[in-house]
Design a protein around this ligand. Structure first.
Ligand SMILES: C[S@@+](CC[C@H](N)C(=O)[O-])C[C@H]1O[C@@H](n2cnc3c(N)ncnc32)[C@H](O)[C@@H]1O
Length: 471
C-alpha cells in the first residue's frame, strides 16, 4: 500500500508506472480489453474477477495518481478550484438527470447540441455549457466540434439502472440536502440524535425519518431511485450477503439453536447463516409490510429446502424482544442507520431476552483510523459516514465508538425480567452490561461481525445452554 506520507513526485510517478504496467499486462494476458473512455470500452474495471495482486495494484495506482494530482495542483487549487469544479459537476449532473439527456444522445453516433436541444426543448447554449462541464470528467465527449456523443461513463446512465439511479439520487436528492446540512445543525442543534431531525428533514421540510418519508405519498421518485441504488450497491462483492456466513462460528452453535435476524428484511442474509449450520432455526423479524412480502410465496426469497427452518415475525425493534434466550440476535446494516441514542434503545430491548450465553452479532462497518486503508476505500467510507449524518443523524463507527456504544447498553436486571426505562438513571442493584467479545472482518467485506455478550459471561456460546425456549 502506498505510504501515506509519500510526497516525492518521482516516486509517486514511478509507482503509477509500475502498477499501470502490471494492470495492463494482466488485462492483456487474460484476453481482457484495456480500460478506455470509449463507449464500447469495459463498463466496469474487472475488479471482482481480478486476482488480489491486481486489485491491490489498482488501489495503489489510484492512490498514487490522486496524490500526484493533488500535489501538483497545489494547496490553493485543492480547496478553491477543486470545490468549484465538484459543485458544478453536480449542477450539470442534476440538469442531465432532470432532462433525461443521456437517453436522447444516440449510441454509436453523435448529435449536434442544437439538434439535442431541439429534441428536448432546451436552450442550445445552456445545454452545451452543462455538457462541456461533464466532458471534463469523461462523461460525454465531442468527437467533432459542437457534436456530442457518449463515453463509457455517460452510456451507463442509460444502460445501467443502478449506476443511473445512484447518479440521479446524488445529484437530484442528496446535493440539495447537503447544501442545507449546516443550517440543519443550527436549526435542530449540534449533536442532535433524532433520525427525524437531520439534514434531510430540514431540506425536505418533513418530520418523518428517512425510510418513512421515502415511503410517504408523493415520494415515489426518490423511493425508486433509492431502492435501485441500494440494489446496485448490494451487488458489490464487498457487500455480498454471503459475508454474513463468515466472521462468526455459526457452525459451532448447538443443535436447534435459534438465530433471530432483527430487521432482517426478507431473510436474504440469514439464508447464508442457515446454510452454515444444518440445524439452526432462523426467526426473521421486520415491519408488517416487509413480513407480508417475505411470506408471500410469490416474493419469498427463501429456498424451498430451507423453508421449514425459517419463521417470519412482525416486530418493531423499539419494542421488547419477544424471542427469549436465542443463541444469537443478529443485526446487519441496522446500527449505522441510527445515532447512539437510538442504537441504545434498540439494543436495550434485546438484553432482557438474552440468556447468559446469548450473543448479539452486529454486522456493520468498523471505520479504520485515518490513512490505514487504501485511500480510494477510505474516501468511500468517509463519504458514507457523512451521508448517514445527513439522512438520519447517524454515523459509521470506529472500534472505539463501537466499544463506547456497547458499554452504554446497561440494563436493570433484578430478576423480574423488566428492563429499566430507556435513559433512566440506573439503580445500583443488579445491572447487566454488555461487552464486545470479538470483531472479525471477513476477507473482502466492508462490514465486520461484532460479537457482543454479557460482561460476566464465562460460557462460550458454542458450549452454551441449548435453550429451546426461543420460538
Ligand atoms: C438497511 S435495511 C437492512 C436489512 C437487512 N438486515 C440487511 O442487512 O439487508 C433496514 C431494515 O430495517 C427494517 N426496519 C426499519 N425500521 C424498523 C423497526 N422499527 N423495526 C423493525 N424493523 C425495522 C426495514 O424494514 C429494513 O428491512
Amino acid at each position: 500500500m502506498l505510504d501515506n506520507n509519500e510526497e516525492d513526485l518521482e516516486r509517486l510517478a514511478e509507482l503509477c508506472l509500475s502498477t499501470a504496467k502490471q494492470i495492463k499486462q494482466h488485462l492483456a494476458s487474460t484476453g481482457q480489453p484495456q480500460m478506455s473512455f470509449d463507449q464500447n470500452g469495459p463498463p466496469f474495471f474487472p475488479h471482482a474477477t481480478s486476482p488480489l495482486d491486481i486489485q491491490l495494484a489498482r488501489l495503489d495506482l489510484r492512490a498514487a495518481a490522486k496524490r500526484l494530482y493533488d500535489l501538483v495542483s497545489g494547496p490553493d487549487e485543492v480547496v478553491a478550484y477543486n470545490t468549484y469544479n465538484i459543485t458544478h459537476d453536480l449542477n450539470a449532473f442534476h440538469y442531465v438527470n432532470h432532462y433525461s439527456i443521456a437517453s436522447a444522445v444516440p449510441l454509436d453516433s453523435s448529435i449536434s447540441y442544437s439538434a439535442l436541444a431541439t429534441a428536448l426543448s432546451l436552450d442550445t447554449k445552456q445545454l452545451r455549457q452543462m455538457l462541456r462541464q461533464l466532458i471534463q470528467i469523461h462523461v460525454f465527449h465531442e468527437p467533432t466540434p459542437n457534436e456530442v456523443a457518449h463515453t463509457a461513463s455517460s452510456k451507463l446512465l442509460i444502460t445501467h439502472s443502478g449506476v443511473a439511479a445512484f447518479n440521479a439520487y446524488i445529484s437530484r436528492d442528496v446535493f440539495p440536502m447537503a447544501v442545507k446540512q449546516v443550517e440543519a445543525l443550527e436549526h435542530f442543534g449540534h449533536g442532535n440524535q433524532h433520525p427525524h431531525e437531520a439534514g434531510l428533514n430540514f431540506a425536505c421540510g418533513t418530520d418523518l425519518p428517512m425510510y418513512a418519508y421515502y415511503e410517504s405519498p408523493g415520494q415515489s421518485g426518490v423511493r425508486g431511485r433509492f431502492s435501485q441504488l441500494m440494489t446496485y450497491v448490494s451487488s458489490f462483492p464487498a457487500m455480498d450477503k454471503e459475508h454474513a456466513a463468515h466472521g462468526f462460528a455459526w457452525d459451532a452453535l448447538p443443535a436447534d439453536s435459534v438465530v433471530v435476524d432483527i430487521a432482517g428484511n426478507v431473510g436474504h442474509c440469514s439464508i447464508q447463516i442457515a446454510r452454515t449450520n444444518p440445524s439452526v432455526r432462523i426467526i426473521v423479524q421486520d415491519l408488517p409490510k416487509i413480513v407480508a412480502r417475505a411470506t408471500d410465496p410469490a416474493t419469498s426469497v427463501i429456498p424451498p429446502e430451507l423453508r421449514d427452518r425459517f419463521t417470519f415475525q412482525e416486530h418493531d425493534f423499539y419494542a421488547p424482544q419477544p424471542v427469549k434466550h436465542a443463541a444469537v440476535y443478529f443485526l446487519r446494516m441496522i446500527m449505522h442507520d441510527y445515532s447512539d441514542a437510538y442504537c441504545l434503545k434498540i439494543l436495550r430491548r434485546i438484553v432482557p431476552s438474552m440468556a447468559p450465553s446469548s450473543r448479539i452479532v452486529i454486522m456493520d462497518q468498523v471505520s479504520p483510523p485515518v490513512g490505514v486503508v487504501p485511500s480510494a476505500i477510505e474516501r468511500m467510507m468517509r463519504t458514507q459516514d457523512l451521508q448517514m449524518m445527513l439522512l438520519t443523524n447517524a454515523r459509521e463507527r470506529d472500534a472505539a465508538e463501537w466499544q463506547e456504544l456497547i458499554a452504554g447498553v446497561v440494563v436493570d436486571d433484578d430478576g423480574d425480567g423488566n428492563e429499566s426505562v430507556d435513559d433512566q438513571v440506573l439503580s445500583t442493584k443488579t445491572t447487566r452490561k454488555l461487552e464486545i467479545k470479538n470483531i472479525v472482518s471477513p476477507q473482502g467485506s466492508t462490514m465486520s461481525l461484532i460479537e457482543v455478550g454479557f460482561v460476566d459471561d464465562v460460557v462460550p456460546v458454542a458450549n452454551g445452554v441449548s435453550d429451546t425456549s426461543a420460538e
